[in-house]
Ligand binder design. Structure first.
Ligand code: AGP
Length: 606
């Protein structure tokens, strides 16, 4: 998704705008630009491609100013060219935008009929024309902005400069997030707190419908009804240290290796480490629940599927998990005594937000398993279950996945306890198993050299099949998703039991088949699936554990032996091998590991 930054400064802004945009690169983009008023005239510099292209332009033609706006664009309307890059300037207005103006076509037709001409194919440009036209009627910047916002439909975060008002920035939020930063005589606005981290730790978050005018003294914020709104300033710890790659080549590599520590932090927030008892925050009465509905997208959805297996097995509580983009439109049959759990690293995924709101409007209790605790999801649910894994910068989710699964394990134990399915002794045993997981994750990461060798082979494949049973069927989906999103190799994840219902037709001696099979109650069946695949020339990468390696059928191309673990945490332990496999295949292929093509870290539009 696009990234936005604005600074009303007392010092030069050009380099600070660029630095902030670099902190937003993780959102995914394909062009960038900044604008400022210089010598009484709005000026901009834009470039397609990565920020280094824009820096080259600024090298030749710097923008010397103390107030400015910047943008990294993830193309929705119009190709990723300079012509379509933000900021868009029309008359007295320079605008950067994240989101989609859904009624832009009718507005554009109206403006063209009124004699206006357009230079780009973007929906954003209509905002600049509308505001410029309102200013031309003599309205103040704020009044003109209010009138313009009333015409827009859709999801948008906007940041605007007005020619002749070069110590002021206008901002508005309706959907995609926008944060205000309070400095000393300076004000900042950005897509998230990370973008503002280098300038201030005093952050306030705009709500949907809010708009604001920023100047050196601070910000005036108004709600959708035009009333003055008080958005509290929070002290958000500077996350600078978490933004560096350290001695890793990619954020994704660092984040895979961060998992033992990350999950340790997550788990510590959900257990009493002294008493070895479960301590899930919030007032959810699991004993009174009839059902749990999990809604999510992508990797977060897969973490929800793992959660389903654990909660149903341990707590005998029915759990449905559904992809949010399907759930929100199919008029699902809901029941009042149910809990909806939205799972989302960013807490801003549009489809998940919509699915969550659908359930809340029908009276369901709501919880959010999120990393961004100031996100929209976190601020609209009854209970927040943070995953505490620190900012995840790589577009491909890794540490957030295992942190989400860690929370699911804790919720499963808490639900089982509340529903009288486990006694105190079993609770202590399970909590100790969970607390021991980070060490096993670290051991599994220690398989990296063996995985790197396998990656050299898998990198040559055209298609890869991942198979697993039980929670490993979810990991099969995750392994396939990781591989395809960063190496661009087609991969499919399948429940191993489905093999004979179609996928076995894919099997030949060119197709690596990754079979995930810890030595659990599903092992025998997975082992026979392995034999079926090998009988047809399949090249099996068998990922098992120490006990499973002793019983694995002969003939696998390679056997990867992860540490043995209790089934409660095997999904945590088996994640590292599939993440490392995808990572090293992508590295072998020279792919853009942290910012894969076409992808965004947070999909804030549907
Ligand atoms: C995972 O590697 C992908 N980047 C993507 O599927 C992601 O999990 C999905 O877009 C959901 O994002 P969220 O967790 O922020 O809601």
């Amino acid at each position: 998704m696009c990234g936005i930054i604005g600074i009303v400064g007392v010092a030069p802004v050009q380099d600070r705008l660029i630095d902030s945009l670099k902190r937003l690169e993780y959102r995914g983009y394909d062009s960038a630009g900044i604008a400022a008023e210089v010598d009484g005239k709005l000026q901009r510099r834009r470039a397609p491609g990565k920020l280094r292209e824009l820096e080259a332009v600024l090298e030749r033609e710097p923008l010397v100013a103390t107030t400015g706006i910047g943008h990294t664009r993830w193309a929705t309307h119009g190709a990723p060219t300079e012509r379509n890059a933000h900021p868009h300037i029309v008359g007295r207005v320079a605008v950067v935008h994240n989101g989609i103006i859904e009624n832009f076509a009718e507005l554009k037709a109206e403006l063209i009929a009124a004699g206006r001409t357009f230079q780009s194919d973007t929906d954003t440009e209509v905002v600049a024309h509308l505001l410029d036209a309102e200013l031309a009627t003599g309205l103040s910047p704020l009044e003109a902005f209010r009138a313009t916002l009333a015409r827009l439909r859709g999801a948008f975060a906007l940041c605007i400069l007005i020619g002749g008002e070069d110590e002021v920035i206008l901002a508005a939020r309706n959907g995609p997030p926008l944060a205000l930063g309070y400095g000393d005589g300076e004000m900042y606005v950005g897509s998230d707190g990370l973008a503002l981290g280098p300038f201030t730790n005093r952050i306030a978050y705009l709500e949907d419908g809010d708009y604001a005018i920023l100047d050196h003294k601070g910000a005036q914020v108004f709600d959708q009804a035009g009333q003055v709104a008080d958005r509290p300033i929070k002290i958000v710890p500077a996350s600078a240290v978490l933004m560096e790659k350290g001695n890793y080549r990619h954020f994704m590599e660092k984040e895979i290796h961060d998992q033992p520590e990350g999950c340790q932090r997550t788990i510590a927030a959900y257990v009493d480490t002294i008493a070895s008892t479960i301590a899930v925050p919030g007032e959810i009465d699991f004993a009174a629940l009839e059902r749990v509905q999990i809604v999510a997208c992508g990797t977060s959805y897969i973490a929800g599927v793992v959660g389903k297996y654990l909660i149903e097995q341990l707590a005998d509580l029915p759990v449905d998990v559904e992809i949010a983009s399907e759930f929100r439109y199919r008029s699902p049959a809901l029941r009042p005594r149910s809990l909806v759990i939205a799972m989302s690293q960013s807490g801003e995924t549009a489809d998940t937000l919509a699915a969550l709101r659908y359930c809340q409007e029908r009276g369901m209790q709501s919880a959010a398993v999120v990393n961004a605790t100031q996100s929209t999801m976190a601020r609209t649910v009854d209970v927040v279950w943070p995953i505490h894994c620190g900012p995840e910068i790589g577009v491909a989710s890794t540490k957030a996945f295992t942190a989400q699964v860690s929370v699911m394990v804790a919720v499963a134990i808490a639900a089982a306890k509340a529903r009288g399915r486990i006694d105190a002794a079993e609770e202590t045993r399970l909590v100790n198993v969970l607390m021991g997981a980070p060490r096993l994750i670290a051991e599994a990461i220690g398989l990296e050299d063996a995985i790197r060798d396998i990656a050299a082979e898998v990198a040559k494949a055209r298609d890869v099949l991942y198979l697993g049973r039980g929670p490993m069927s979810a990991l099969a989906l995750e392994g396939a998703l990781k591989l395809k999103e960063i190496s661009y190799i087609h991969a499919e994840g399948y429940a191993a039991g489905e093999l004979k219902h179609g996928p076995i037709a894919l099997v030949d001696d060119q197709t690596p088949i990754v079979i995930l099979a810890p030595f659990d109650s599903y092992f025998e069946k997975s082992a026979s699936n392995m034999s079926e695949v090998m009988a047809r020339g399949g090249q099996v990468v068998f990922i098992t554990d120490t006990e499973g390696a002793k019983h694995a059928p002969a003939g696998a191309k390679v056997v990867v032996t992860a540490p043995s673990s209790d089934p409660l945490v095997s999904a945590l332990v088996m994640s590292a091998p599939i993440q490392l496999l995808a990572y090293h295949v992508a590295v072998q292929k020279g792919a853009d590991v942290d910012q894969p093509r076409n992808l965004a870290k947070s999909v804030t539009v549907e």
